[in-house]
Write a protein that binds this ligand. Structure first.
Ligand code: ATP
Length: 349
């Protein structure tokens, strides 16, 4: 069992608070992705779990034991960090074998594990090379192979695929997902790439300014953002937001259309819809077409609704012209609402 539990963890650097009271439990064998913009505290949180940084307050538990006072090597974890510490004077083979030799495994077992993980990371042809002669992307794969070869209960990874080109990254992503699921490892994986997060995670913890805003399954985070920030950070293009004015009988007016909506003490709330949840319809929102970008099967249309930027992903067969006003109807079950002050979702969550 290697459940990870982070309890009321905060981190201050002088006057600056990098993490505010974080609570997060990662289940045994779960793949948790920490996702957020640069500077939101992802790496700091991972370093605290690893023991490379100590928390200003709170506790870290791994596998049922409290570890925040233990040095990294006593926490039973393997890590792959951005500045992957691959030893340049050792061959790729010896780099991958390093931790296994420390554990005094039999030579046959070492050979087997090195070959298997090198194959997974597509670096089997580099085993005899010195790591100092490798490209950044190759070194990064050596660092991942070294961590996997340990067959750890817990693996922490900070942007482990960031130096790979797009195609290799796609391939490695799938391989990594497969191998970690098979090895029953509990994983915490840091990225700022939302596609990577969606494709890998059992759950995504979305971070903003030192806080976890939402930690749920990728589809939940996408469909039901707990806060406006999540809707605007996840999805490309992001969610659209429009002001909604209180009308009669629990209805809200958005541009010149009235929708059934939530109850709120405010006279104005935010109406939200994803660009792909819109379709042309005479009863929809009035949208003046500004830019038309063909994306193959779809077309991305940037419009203005009631003076606000608004994007729609529509069927590319539609004949559209710049300057034209069309009407776009949101799928009723995909409309979301947010509080204007707290920016939290107004739907039951
Ligand atoms: P990135 O994706 O750019 O790596 P991140 O989300 O991982 O960003 P962190 O590296 O955790 O962000 O940094 C969080 C905040 O804490 C940043 O504002 C950073 O400048 C600050 N910070 C991190 N380490 C230190 C330090 N040793 N001293 C002072 N401030 C720090």
């Amino acid at each position: 069992m290697a459940e990870i539990s982070i309890r009321n963890v905060a981190k201050r650097f002088g006057d600056f608070t990098a993490l505010h009271s974080i609570d997060l439990t990662v289940a045994d064998q779960e793949f948790m992705v920490l996702l957020g913009a640069s500077g939101c505290g992802k790496t700091t949180l991972l370093r605290i779990i690893a023991g490379l940084e100590s928390p200003s307050q709170g506790e870290v538990w791994i596998g049922g034991g409290r570890v925040d006072h233990l040095p990294p090597r006593q926490r039973g974890i393997a890590m792959v960090f951005q500045n992957y510490a691959v030893f340049p004077h050792l061959t790729v083979f010896e780099n991958i074998a390093f931790g296994l030799r420390m554990q005094k495994l039999a030579e046959g077992e070492i050979q087997h594990r090195v070959n298997r993980t090198a194959e997974l990371m597509h670096i089997e042809q580099l085993l005899k090379r010195y790591s100092g002669q490798l490209s950044g992307g190759q070194r990064q794969r050596v660092a991942v192979a070294r961590a996997l070869a340990m067959e750890p209960d817990v693996i922490l990874m900070d942007e482990p695929l960031s130096n790979l080109d797009a195609l290799l990254r796609l391939e490695m992503r799938a391989e990594l997902k497969g191998v970690l699921a098979e090895s029953k490892t509990t994983t915490i994986y840091v990225t700022h790439d939302q596609v990577e997060a969606m494709s890998l995670a059992d759950r995504i913890a979305v971070m903003n300014k030192g806080r976890i805003v939402q930690a749920e399954k990728p589809i939940e985070v996408y469909r039901n953002p707990a806060a406006r920030f999540v809707g605007s950070f996840i999805g490309n293009p992001p969610m659209n937001f429009l002001p909604a004015m209180k009308a009669e009988n629990g209805s809200w007016r958005v541009a010149d259309v009235v929708f059934k909506g939530p109850t709120s003490e405010h006279d104005e709330v935010a109406f939200a819809i994803r660009p792909e949840d819109l379709a042309p319809s005479g009863t929809g929102l009035p949208a003046e077409v500004r830019v038309i970008e063909p994306l193959g099967p779809h077309v991305l249309v940037t419009c203005e609704v009631d003076g606000h930027l608004f994007r729609a992903v529509l069927d590319s067969d539609l004949e559209l012209k710049r300057g034209q006003t069309i009407r776009l109807a949101p799928s009723p079950d995909r409309i979301r609402w947010f509080d204007p002050e707290t920016e939290q979702s107004l739907q039951a969550h």
